[in-house]
Design a protein around this ligand. Structure first.
Ligand SMILES: Cc1cc2nc3c(=O)[nH]c(=O)nc-3n(C[C@H](O)[C@H](O)[C@H](O)COP(=O)(O)OP(=O)(O)OC[C@H]3O[C@@H](n4cnc5c(N)ncnc54)[C@H](O)[C@@H]3O)c2cc1C
Ligand code: SF4
Length: 241
């Protein structure tokens, strides 16, 4: 009886551990170290969420994902609904679920974290994003075309995030990237064992499905100036006002 009580407390108190490559194996390769939750583990972790009405976790999320809503969907194994909810606010969930500093953002404000481990919000987000990669892209709402052309300089996470938001608002978006591959620091800074390049490229393919065009090997300032893009190529000088 005592053991059962202890076990229940442990389940509530502690984050479900993230499965990881065996250290002996991982010393011999550059593959991702964290392997991701199983379905059973993600449901168990999602069930730790208290579903706080004021959702302090949301205030710690820079893009204000409706965290309790997607976690509740995960408790019901509705991963299609969960990823759609996440993508209302975040175009790069597989990236953010892996490399966002959750401990100083959403998880820092989790009510459960006052006495116990916070809910593993990033781990649940990662599971939902990986579920979508394995099961096919879920449809997203895109506004009717506005006829406006927007140029974005650089395809790092900032440019990609802007591109997704603008494309979903109905604008025709072109990203100009100086390097031969899109992704910015996600591709050449964060190491493979922490953020696999294939994961970044799959997220970028998702943006292309929203209609975003990406031109690589295109240094703005060399092939065209910002003024030329606006005056000769018809990109907007100002989106609002
Ligand atoms: C080694 C390293 C590890 C990191 N690890 C993490 C982490 O684990 N978690 C985390 O949250 N953050 C991490 N960061 C920080 C994170 O990568 C940056 O905050 C983020 O990449 C900034 O995004 P950005 O889009 O503003 O810029 P960038 O990622 O730098 O992208 C800018 C893009 O613009 C392109 N560009 C620049 N000038 C032009 C031009 N004139 N024309 C066309 N294209 C142009 C560049 O080629 C580049 O692709 C790390 C950074 C580094 C360097
Ligand atoms: S603060 Fe923590 S427990 Fe409360 S809704 Fe957010 S994730 Fe769930």
């Amino acid at each position: 009886m005592v053991d059962a009580k202890k076990e229940k407390k442990a389940i509530i108190s502690n984050k479900n551990p993230m499965p990881a490559q065996d250290p002996v194996e991982r010393a011999k390769n550059f593959n991702e170290v964290a392997l991701g939750y199983s379905e059973e583990t993600v449901v168990a972790e999602a069930n730790r969420c208290l579903q706080c009405k004021n959702a302090p976790c949301r205030q710690g999320c820079p893009v204000e994902i409706d965290i309790p809503a997607f976690i509740e969907m995960a408790t019901k194994r509705d991963f299609a609904g969960a990823i759609k909810k996440i993508k209302e606010k975040n175009a790069l969930p597989a990236v953010c679920g892996r490399v966002c500093p959750q401990e100083s953002q959403c998880e820092k404000y989790c009510t459960l974290g006052k006495k116990h481990d916070p809910v593993g919000i990033g781990r649940i987000e990662r599971y939902c994003a990986d579920w979508e990669m394995a099961n096919g892209a879920q449809p997203q709402e895109v506004a009717p075309p506005t006829g406006k052309k927007v140029a974005i300089v650089g395809s790092g996470p900032a440019g990609l995030t802007c591109a997704a938001a603008l494309a979903k608002s109905g604008h025709k978006v072109t990203i100009f990237e100086a390097l031969h591959v899109a992704g910015g620091v996600l591709m050449y800074g964060i190491p493979e064992f922490r953020l696999p390049k294939a994961v970044v490229q799959t997220e970028i393919e998702g943006l292309k499905k929203l209609g975003v065009e990406i031109q690589v090997n295109a240094v703005v300032g060399k092939f065209a100036t910002v003024d030329e893009l606006m005056e000769e190529e018809g990109f907007l000088r100002r989106l609002f006002g």
